[in-house]
Design a protein around this ligand. Structure first.
Ligand SMILES: Nc1ncnc2c1ncn2[C@@H]1O[C@H](COP(=O)(O)OP(=O)(O)OP(=O)(O)O)[C@@H](O)[C@H]1O
Length: 245
């Protein structure tokens, strides 16, 4: 579905991800793991076409932009916008309806089902600013449910969210995967990764390991990832030496 070919990404020519070669296959359910600053969000941005590679490329096999849905970190979403939970979930129908399409009764039923699925039934008419952090995260997932994307990219969907919400939303993700979606999620909580994600990609500016989660999240690999990951703000010269050492 997606191949990273010798992919080097960065900002102002300062590499954040180095010479990555890896493949995401259709039906993957994979966690993107690594220390702070490892390049995980940067890698998602490159899949979304928001960042031009310094070197290498992302190859899309049989999927287009419209097949990809992205859930940013909750903190990146503006909650002061004066709309209700129902109206917010309806914005997930944008691709289906176009800019001027009307939300009809059958759409409203789908919205209601999505809200039930994420445990928010009854809160349809609440405005966004009147939802708790966990409820808002549930709402973001309800909107994702409207889009029926083939590839779902999630960037740390559970930061600052209570345990019950995590469990409920992991169930929603698992259901989406069972219905055919490919899942790529940045997750910091390793026990969650071990429990739910069959595959993992451990990144620390460069690829440390990718494959079955148990084989990727070994003490050796995690030590290697943290020793590379905390060497913050490498300059391109140091990077070149490191790459070819
Ligand atoms: N817009 C930007 N401009 C300049 N540098 C950036 C920008 N965004 C990220 N970086 C740098 O690129 C590197 C990788 O950042 P990235 O956000 O991809 O890491 P991450 O693995 O997602 O980290 P975290 O787990 O802390 O969210 C970091 O050194 C970061 O400071």
């Amino acid at each position: 579905m997606l191949t990273f070919e010798n992919l080097t990404l960065g900002y102002d020519r300062h590499p954040a991800v180095h010479h990555l070669n890896a493949t995401i296959v259709e039906g993957d359910f994979i966690a993107l793991v690594g220390p702070n600053g490892a390049g995980k969000s940067t890698l998602l941005k490159s899949i979304l076409g928001q960042l031009t590679p310094i070197e290498g490329r992302v190859v899309f096999n049989g999927i287009g932009k419209n097949d990809i849905s992205y859930l940013p970190q909750a903190s990146a979403v503006d909650r002061t916008f004066p709309i209700t939970a129902e109206q917010f979930v309806a914005t997930g129908l944008w691709q289906e309806l176009g800019a001027f399409g009307q939300v009809k009764k059958h759409h409203r039923e789908r919205i209601h089902l999505a809200l039930v699925k994420v445990g928010l039934a009854g809160l349809e008419h609440r405005t966004l600013d009147a939802l708790s952090g966990g409820q808002f995260q549930r709402l973001l997932f309800a909107r994702k449910l409207m889009q029926q994307a083939r590839l779902l990219l999630l960037d740390e969907p559970f930061s600052g969210v209570d345990e019950q919400t995590v469990e409920d939303l992991m169930q929603v993700i698992t259901d989406l995967h069972s219905n055919g979606a490919t899942i790529v999620a940045v997750i910091h909580n390793l026990s969650l990764v071990r429990r739910y994600f069959p595959r993992a990609l451990l990144l620390s500016r460069e690829l440390i390991a990718m494959g079955d989660t148990a084989q990727v999240l070994t003490p050796d690999n995690l030590n290697r990832a943290s020793s590379l990951g905390f060497a913050d703000e490498l300059d391109p010269e140091i990077c070149a030496v490191h790459d070819h050492a």
